[in-house]
Design a protein around this ligand. Structure first.
Ligand code: CO
Length: 434
């Protein structure tokens, strides 16, 4: 009996985000785009996450133009993006009409599959983007963000998957951004979700802790339909398991992903050259099992170390890493994914750096989080701690976007000469256009 497992190639998005600070340029992609289209992937992840921000900030590129260019060259393979739910590709919630417009334009410019997640697994932060994706004819993939904590168990994720199915998800993704999902847990988790919801299931992990390729194998045996990998030039380490290794494992078995191995190897040569060009930005590909304790996700690692350097805290790295789980506990165990990874990471640095001790300096973002502006934390917040940080300020319990006024017409009026796409870029990253 055959059960083909699909491969999502991440080299144009997550792999270079995790491995070389999101610096791959459009020309570096274009050169092999048509070949990538012929390899036989289930989809190519090409957009979203940090790529939008990075192409404007560091590469002087228009991310929309990148998407249109790739769409023109990649005619058959589905193009996929990663969306931070109500936060879009930014770091705070946007009004519903802006979320809807962004989704509409993403699909119009070439995206087929939108993977949507919320850092807190607060389903209310996915609703608008999920509905908009369906409305504009896209494939809405609802993601369950995986982490470990006293409040995260199999049932938590199964419940979330059921809610995503109720919202009309076309598929479910287990998003393991820090490589924390262990092989036998994955077997149980995938089995439980497959049993609870009748939808295709995709697994996304990072090889940061050295577990991911084993985890993929057990996930596949338990019924996972699609997995995320990156060509070996930017595979493994803080990125996804290497495409060639996974394909070699699966080919000529019942799970044969139908990948042109020769062509994949040929395309990989190109990305080895790209990697050489960016070698000053490369995160060393060694396995870091400390992450099983600290839970710093792959995508955050390179920026985290840069930030430590800027704050002259390199010599306190062990203290900062040890502070991360303490901050996380105080905040109700948020998964460490954007924007929570930055918030928890920076707060941990502040707690270590401040001469007056932990929590004597509190980030505005941390305060807003404790006021409920990001959604419902997975665990309980100690009320005394909350009062210590935000005083008597009210804590909101409604859906974070409910208090936001519609913003699209206002934004359009502000930039009447710009295309809808450019208005959206400005709404998300106003500081980059000053
Ligand atoms: Co990732």
């Amino acid at each position: 009996m055959k059960r083909k497992v699909g491969i999502t190639e991440t080299i144009l998005r997550d792999a270079h985000q995790s491995f070389m600070a999101t610096r791959m340029s459009t020309p570096e992609m274009v050169e092999v785009a048509e070949k990538l289209d012929k390899i036989g992937y289930h989809s190519l992840e090409v957009w979203g996450g940090a790529t939008f921000d990075s192409s404007i900030r560091y590469l002087n590129e228009d991310p929309w133009e990148r998407l249109r260019t790739l769409r023109k060259l990649i005619k058959n393979t589905k193009l996929q993006m990663l969306l931070r739910g109500q936060n879009l590709l930014g770091y705070k919630p946007y009004p519903d009409d802006i979320v809807e417009k962004f989704v509409e334009k993403s699909i119009e410019n070439g995206i087929d599959i939108i993977r949507i997640f919320d850092a807190l697994n607060d389903i209310r932060n996915l609703e608008t983007a999920m509905k908009a994706t369906k409305k504009y004819g896209g494939h809405a993939q609802g993601a369950v963000v995986y982490t470990t904590s006293p409040v995260h168990n199999i049932q938590h994720y199964v419940d979330m998957a059921k809610k995503l199915a109720d919202l009309g998800a076309d598929s479910i993704c287990i998003k393991d951004m820090a490589g924390l999902l262990k092989p036998y847990v994955a077997f149980e988790l995938v089995g439980a979700i497959k049993q609870a919801v009748d939808l295709p299931l995709q697994v996304h992990s990072h090889e940061t802790t050295g577990l991911a390729s084993m985890t993929y194998l057990k996930a596949i045996e338990a019924g996972a339909d699609v997995i995320d990998t990156s060509l070996s030039a930017l595979g493994s380490g803080s990125s996804q398991p290497a495409t060639e290794s996974i394909v070699a494992t699966l080919m000529e078995t019942e799970y044969d992903p139908g990948i042109d191995f020769e062509l994949a190897s040929e395309v990989n040569k190109h990305f080895k050259e790209v990697r050489e060009k960016h070698k000053d930005k490369i995160v060393p590909p060694w396995v870091n099992a400390e992450i099983l304790r600290y839970q710093i996700p792959g995508g955050m690692l390179s920026n985290f170390f840069n930030q430590l350097k800027q704050l002259k805290l390199e010599n306190k790295i062990d203290e900062v890493l040890a502070e991360v789980p303490r901050v996380r506990e105080k905040l109700g165990y948020p998964p460490l994914v954007t924007p929570m990874s930055q918030m928890v990471g920076t707060q941990a640095m502040m707690n270590v750096a401040s001469p007056k001790g932990p929590w004597s300096i509190v980030l505005v973002d941390t305060k807003n989080y404790l006021k409920g502006e990001y959604g419902k934390p997975p665990g309980e917040i100690d009320e005394e701690f909350r009062r210590q940080i935000i005083g008597d300020e009210p804590v909101m319990t409604e859906r974070p976007a409910d208090r936001l006024e519609p913003g699209w017409e206002k934004a359009k009026a502000q930039f009447p000469s710009l295309s809808d796409e450019d208005v959206l870029s400005r709404v998300m990253f106003p500081e980059l256009f000053k």
